[in-house]
Write a protein that binds this ligand. Structure first.
Ligand code: SF4
Length: 103
């Protein structure tokens, strides 16, 4: 049986998702200031990503798609994150493109 993965590369950025390593989050809230549509602090004082319909995804390491319109804000969050714990990766191959593990 042949399984073929077709690249879904319609537009750059459409294929990206973001997740947070809560173990390293300092809870300063910078990400939630940059991109409140994507990041939010929970009552435990740590940042989590939100789903497209604004639901806080409280599972550690949960991922959410990065909307193209918010790509810059999410990338800036990853760059400024004091905990170095915001990871942006391609959905298709899970390669990190922004964040501490990016090449
Ligand atoms: S910027 Fe980084 S360290 Fe700060 S709250 Fe967001 S994920 Fe946590």
């Amino acid at each position: 049986m042949t399984v073929r993965h077709e690249a879904e590369t319609g537009s750059e950025g459409h294929d990206l998702e973001v997740w947070i390593d809560q173990d390293l989050c300092t809870g300063d809230g910078i990400c939630a200031q940059y991109a409140p549509e994507v990041f939010e602090l929970d009552i435990d004082g740590l940042a989590y990503v939100k789903s497209a319909d604004d639901e806080l995804l409280q599972a550690p390491g949960a991922t959410t798609p990065v909307p193209l319109t918010l790509l810059n804000d999410v990338v800036d969050s990853a760059k400024e994150c004091p905990g170095d714990c915001i990871h942006v990766r391609r959905v298709s191959d899970s390669v990190e493109v922004y964040g501490p593990d990016a090449a």
